[in-house]
Design a protein around this ligand. Structure first.
Ligand code: NAI
Length: 695
């Protein structure tokens, strides 16, 4: 049973009991319906209270039931709500802590609702590309009014119960120290004889000139929801609460809900939601793997990454010391951090008190002795094995036993780095993304000898730092950068064959990427790739690259930091302006190679860039570098601006159909640099089996 039943005097209490948040799974729904029947059959019972055990009234649908037949099995949430609403005895919802989604919809089916302050009230379905499908769009406007209900449903944002006191949603909001159940039972007793029973469905939504308001809402919501259909569908179903009879509105809501369930956009959002939860699950880590305590952190290097990484620790309340080689570099790094926090303060996103707390948590040092007792040290010095060797040997010498030695390297071999120390079990890669204080992704690179407790600690730390921690095996570039390399190579080849940077960027941005490859290169600095390619020309001469990016760097155009790269930039303006000399260089390079430039379609651009990611992703999956396809999707959604509505590269390939992806790759294999299109065996296998990467 996942709902309890008790009788207090003449009041029956049904307590939803399905930890952690009383999700309305099949067992809970069944038990709640049985509780209702029992209460209705018992002549001694005059009124009924529905409440939730533990940390919530109810968080809504049981997400463990998503995609399972149980979600649709009877009694459905509709049937439960119908049973409650048709009750011949008054039903009171006693709300505390959380009433969200289906939980709030259930409460709206009750005759009365009472709450404690501080409870989060929301219909968040829109965040999964859906709309409230159990009457929420029809009942909430009937208690709150058209405008506030529409705002809550379209945004999905939670509102605190005390802010809704005095609205038709709540019949009473008690004091913070009140026992909600005791108060609710007293309330139920006080209304036990009131007839007729008040029902939300019998109310009417009044709004003067509602058509004008609805049209305004359609226009605004359409402009703000980008590729996602759900917000506008929310407006349409809420509109039905005023334009249709209750039952017709419910039927309309159900239709629109089912239609949204089928959209790729909702599937992508649900995929991202579940994938995020999966990232922390590592098959060989037991739930009770010990986690080391992190009370004190250190960072080596106060450059671009070191500063941002230190801010992450401070933001989580963990004191952190940054070690630099020279006072000047240290001062510069600390000043940049301070300026960063000052900007947040100026924007009003940080209180003065928090600003001071955070700044005070970050200290600088020139001597490693200052960090010897840190629980974790993250190295963020130059990307050079020699420098890493010096640093890790030093860390091995000075750090206390049990400290975690982490490297922020973006491409270097973490096993080699670990071998510089006498404690490889304590070494791990923590690959932050730039700007490190902003980007959500943290690649956690598990070395061959990394201890399980060290991995578990890094995963727990990623949560504490509010990052999406994705585990990667050791390889050049790990998951994200190894894939982006194939994407960048294709972008370069496209320039040789007939594109200019602007066309490539526009096509990719139209597909939904936050930024095309060339604007991205200008932002990150084209010299980084140049440096990496120079290493590859020596280490892996078999890999081919377009020389255009090297020629660009030879022109001194490293990107925004040098005033221009693939494009020109103007002060105070983030727009990219095509540069004639760069474009002439590109055209000349094609001529030098004897290539006759051709017109390339936007579709070809997108296919070449995205399928390059997919094919490398398939290799990464096959080699076990990534634990699962959805981890690769999370890397791309949280670290590389892959369009959320497409669910990540592997999910996107599944929606296109792997045989179609393979077909396009076979076509591309007949073009220039066709050898880049040798399909990964896993891709061929899954396509033949009619499967997708995500099952
Ligand atoms: P950076 O050049 O901005 O900063 C490196 C800092 O380390 C400099 O301030 C330097 O003075 C200091 N340093 C060098 N040797 C040191 C030593 N022995 N002891 C103490 N400090 C020392 O470099 P950036 O961009 O911050 O990169 C650092 C690491 O992060 C590299 O491994 C890089 O591959 C990685 N990374 C960089 C990203 C980026 O977008 N810049 C993204 C993700 C990772």
């Amino acid at each position: 049973m996942s709902a309890d039943y008790h009788v207090h005097g003449t009041v029956a209490v049904i307590t939803l009991n399905n930890p952690p948040v009383n999700g309305l799974g099949l067992e809970t729904r069944t038990a709640a319906v049985q509780g209702m029947r029992r209460a209705l059959a018992d002549d001694a019972v005059k009124a009924i209270v529905i409440t939730g055990a533990g940390k919530a009234f109810s968080g809504g649908a049981d997400i463990r039931e998503f995609n399972s037949p149980k979600a649709l099995a009877e009694p459905s949430l509709h049937s439960l709500i119908r049973t409650v609403e048709d009750s011949t005895k008054p039903v009171v919802a006693a709300i505390h802590s959380v009433a969200m989604g289906g939980g709030l919809e259930l409460a709206l089916g009750c005759n009365y609702r009472v709450a404690t302050p501080g409870a989060q009230i929301a219909l968040p379905e829109v965040k999964l590309g859906l709309l409230p499908g159990a009457g929420g769009t029809q009942r909430l406007p009937r208690v709150l009014g058209l405008e506030p209900a529409l705002n809550m449903i379209v945004s999905g944002a939670p509102v605190m119960s005390e802010k809704l006191a005095g609205t038709g949603l709540f019949d009473a909001v008690f004091g913070a120290d009140d026992n909600v159940l005791e108060k609710a039972i007293a309330f139920a007793n006080s209304v036990a004889d009131v007839r007729p029973l008040p029902k939300v469905r019998d109310r009417k939504v009044d709004y003067p000139n509602h058509e004008a308001f609805l049209q305004f809402s359609r226009n605004t919501v359409k402009a703000m929801s980008g590729p996602f259909p759900a917000p506008l569908e929310c407006v349409e179903t809420v509109a039905a609460s005023i334009t249709k009879k209750f039952e017709d509105g419910l039927a309309f809501e159900r239709d629109r809900f089912i239609a949204l369930m089928q959209t790729t956009e909702s599937k992508a959002l649900r995929h991202a939601f579940f994938s995020e939860r999966m990232t922390s699950k590592v098959p060989d880590l037991a739930a009770d793997t010990p986690v080391r305590t992190i009370n004190k952190a250190a960072v080596i290097g106060a450059g671009t990454m070191g500063g941002g990484i230190a801010m992450n620790f401070a933001n989580a309340g963990i004191p952190v010391t940054i070690v630099e080689m020279k006072q000047e570099a240290l001062d510069k790094g600390l000043a940049t951090i301070r300026k960063n926090y000052e900007n947040t303060l100026k924007k009003g996103k940080l209180t003065q008190q928090k600003f001071e707390q955070r700044v005070a948590l970050i200290t600088g040092a020139l001597d490693y002795a200052a960090i010897a007792d840190a629980d974790i040290v993250v190295e963020a010095v130059f990307e050079d094995m020699g420098v890493k060797e010096t640093v890790f040997k030093k860390l091995d010498e000075v750090m206390k036993q049990g400290a975690i030695l982490a490297s922020n390297t973006s491409t270097l071999d973490v096993d080699k780095i670990a071998a510089f120390t006498s404690r490889p079990q304590d070494v791990i890669g923590t690959h932050f993304f730039s700007p490190a204080n902003v980007m959500k992704l943290l690649e956690i690179v598990r070395g061959a000898k990394t201890g399980k407790d060290v991995l578990a600690t890094a995963l727990a730390l990623s949560k504490k730092l509010k990052k999406t921690g994705v585990v990667s095996g050791v390889c050049d570039g790990f998951i994200g950068n190894r894939m982006i390399e194939q994407y960048s190579r294709q972008a370069g080849f496209l320039l040789e064959e007939g594109c200019l940077p602007e066309q490539v960027d526009k096509a990719v941005e139209k597909f939904g990427f936050a930024m095309g490859p060339f604007r991205m290169g200008d932002l990150a600095g084209n010299d980084i790739g140049w440096y990496i390619r120079k290493r590859r020309y020596v280490e892996s001469p078999e890999i081919t690259y377009s020389k255009t990016a090297d020629l660009l760097c030879e022109m001194g155009r490293f990107g925004q930091k040098t005033g221009g790269g693939w494009y020109d930039y103007k002060a105070g303006d983030r727009k990219a302006y095509p540069n004639e000399a760069v474009n002439a260089m590109i055209v000349q390079h094609s001529a030098d190679l004897g290539i006759e430039r051709r017109k390339i379609s936007d579709q070809e651009i997108v296919e070449r860039l995205v399928y390059a990611l997919v094919n490398e992703g398939a290799h990464i999956l096959e080699e076990g570098i990534a634990l699962r396809a959805s981890d690769i999707d999370m890397v791309y959604l949280t670290g590389y601006g892959f369009p959320l509505h497409r669910g990540g590269p592997m999910f996107y390939a599944d929606t296109v159909g792997l045989p179609n992806v393979l077909g396009a790759m076979e076509r591309m294999a007949r073009g220039r640099h066709g050898d880049a299109w040798k399909p990964a065996p896993l891709l061929v296998k899954l396509a033949a089996e009619g499967k997708g990467f995500n099952g």
